[in-house]
Design a protein around this ligand. Sequence first.
Ligand SMILES: [Zn+2]
Length: 350
Amino acid sequence: MELVFVSLKNDLMNFLYTVIFTLIVIIGVSCTEKNQYIPDDVFSIKIGSNVMKIYDTIDISLEISGEYNINPSVEWSASPGSILHTGSIVKFVAPEKSCIVSLEARIALKESIIIKTTDILVYSQLVILKADDMICDGNNEVSPAWRKFTDYIISKKIKTSIGLIGNSLESGNEAYFAYLKSLSVSGIELWNHGYDHEIRYLEGSGYTWEFKNKPYEYQKEHLNKTQLLAYTTLGLILHTFGAPANALDSTTLKLINETADIKVWFFGMKTDSKLVILRNIELEYPTGKPDFEKFVVNYRSDYDCIPVQIHPNSWTDSSFSEFEKMTDFLIGKGVTFINPYEYYILLNSF
Ligand SMILES: [Zn+2]
């Protein structure tokens, strides 16, 4: 009898110890959660890409970094567009028109709400203007043709990228540098179009180009000279490259892959390390002569992205009006003008 009583007493004591221990743990945990400071930057919105096509669907999730044992509730909203499902992993459906979508995650913690936002560029078609051959002329002046073109782009609130020929930055022409800096401030992307833009035809030996059939060290020197000149005269790091006459070879591929600052390659060779913009439509027939009718015949609305190579410095007034017709046609189609490095950033901003 005494043994049974002792056993019951032990069981009761064990039970009480367990209850007390559990209570201590629960109180401890709840106090910790209550007082736990969780910095804002622990949370981030993970999204496959910040650029997507109309009607497309993309996965979005809330990422929590660090050693935090939390499971907050998340409320998503998108304007415009719609969110499917609830919780920390949802789907976003793009609207039917080109726009910038503001995506918001409201994260409810025990005693605070954290709001995270990101923008998504939704497009029906992307248009990248690739304007080649920026130089200043023999009198160290920017030509009226270039000024007319850049004034038009800015007044029309569209975008263009312009290929700088590096040796034009050696002249020490402050007015030219100020003009280029003002273009950059206006949202025009300046890119590396080689140093001397060599395209020569020699009787008997054919064409020679700056970046094709040239040794590695030669190509490297020419690419880097323009990078350095842009940095020292304009304070700009160029992120896009396009070879003169789009003439290049496997040596150029090796060089571009090794050049960390270059992220985008116009009409380049296939490589996983850079965004390569592929040529698919023309405005100029032949080079330097815009022809709107031919552009329309070859235009395809199902291309995701159309890079249009142009040479505004060689245009007459009638050439310019062909270009104006093209931009009005594209605006009517609801396209989005975008610059190459901006496109790269949006693709890689997650
Ligand atoms: Zn060129």
